[in-house]
Ligand binder design. Structure first.
Ligand code: TRP
Ligand code: SF4
Length: 336
């Protein structure tokens, strides 16, 4: 049986943190290792430019950073195809054709785009760019260029995949049944909160642990995590339910450790400093293989380039095949 095609990826705008890891990367590695899928992973530099057009250096630098994070997490270029979005002109071409199949008001109603525009007032002022408003069209083209059937991603990507499905349905209605409607595969891992208890983890909030953080950085960040504010002395009775350290223990520590942490905290038999030290140690161990693998690629930039080049060359061939089908369906196949 033919393997199902997966298309997924990320914007190269910064290093990946543990929120990304639990939110989507871990699931991709699992899907890769199952051997059941033909997976393409895009490094979405074109999409990154839609809100970083004034900062090309940042996008360029983060293409390699993102690849190193992927490799460190266990994505294997022998098993999956990792490519650079801007080097597949077929996707840009398909974006143009798709742009006829979506209305401006539909894009304006897209919840993810709406939220993002609200957050980017500083960049866009009162009026958003055509490129940013239209990035869901380009994302639909990302998926369809590779005939992606499944899109493993976090729930913030749901409206984008829904938009892609609508475009595909419209395409098929008009030009014939040639494209597959993609489906999102939600990572069952929940979204993890920042060390400060904020729902969102991110660089600007300073509440994230990065996959590339050193042992010292991890320790420092954990020591600054928000604990039960009512606990001042060691024997004050605590409430682990409102403590970020307990929350992170549940992600990185064994079940026995978590039980002990909660029990001792509630009984006022546990010091927060020790509790944090133990957590830092567990996170450091958990991330060790990732950190070490990443360091290896940092020392071998020529390998990073080679992987990008080979993945992109393979992706280009697949994209050309799809575009042939698309153009034929659209009566744009003028010459043999
Ligand atoms: N929108 C995704 C992000 O914000 C990146 C992305 C671009 C993507 N094209 C995609 C994800 C296609 C899945 C499928 O990181
Ligand atoms: Fe949090 Fe641990 Fe302190 Fe309890 S003992 S409040 S779980 S850091």
């Amino acid at each position: 049986m033919e393997k199902k095609r997966i298309l997924t990826g990320d914007r190269p705008t910064g290093k990946l943190h543990i929120g990304h890891y639990f939110g989507s990367i871990r699931k991709r590695v699992e899907m890769q290792n199952s051997g059941d899928y033909d997976m393409y992973i895009l490094i979405a530099d074109v999409q990154a430019l839609t809100d970083n057009f004034n900062n090309p250096e940042k996008v360029r630098k983060n293409v390699r950073e993102l690849l190193m994070d992927y490799l460190a997490c266990g994505l294997d270029p022998k098993k999956v195809t990792i490519y650079i979005q801007s080097m597949i002109p077929e996707t840009a071409e398909l974006t143009v054709y798709f742009s006829n199949l979506v209305t401006i008001s539909r894009l304006q109603r897209n919840p993810t785009v709406k939220t993002e525009i609200a957050q980017k007032k500083e960049l866009f002022g009162e009026s958003v760019t055509y490129g940013f408003l239209g990035y869901p069209v380009s994302q639909a083209a990302d998926i369809v260029t590779f005939e992606g059937e499944l899109v493993p991603a976090g729930e913030d990507q749901e409206p984008l995949v829904e938009q892609a499905r609508e475009i595909v349905r419209k395409f098929n209605n008009i030009y014939g049944d040639v494209l597959k409607e993609p489906k999102i595969v939600l990572s069952e891992g929940k979204r993890i909160k920042g060390l400060d208890g904020n729902e969102k983890m991110g660089k600007s909030l300073g509440n994230a642990i990065y996959l590339s953080d050193s042992e010292e950085e991890i320790t420092k960040k954990v020591m600054s995590a928000i604990t039960d504010p009512n606990r001042i002395k060691k024997d004050d009775l605590g409430n682990p339910d409102i403590c970020m350290v307990a929350y992170y223990h549940k992600l990185f520590s064994t079940k026995e450790e978590v039980d002990t942490v909660c029990k001792e905290c509630k009984e006022g038999k546990r010091g927060c400093v020790n509790c944090k030290k133990q957590l830092a140690k567990n996170i450091i161990e958990y991330l060790r293989p990732i950190r070490e693998k990443r360091a290896y690629y940092e020392e071998h930039p020529e390998l990073v380039d080679k992987i990008l080049k080979e993945g992109t060359a393979k992706a280009k061939k697949t994209a050309e095949k799809t575009m042939e089908k698309v153009k034929k369906a659209m009566k744009l196949d003028y010459f043999e």
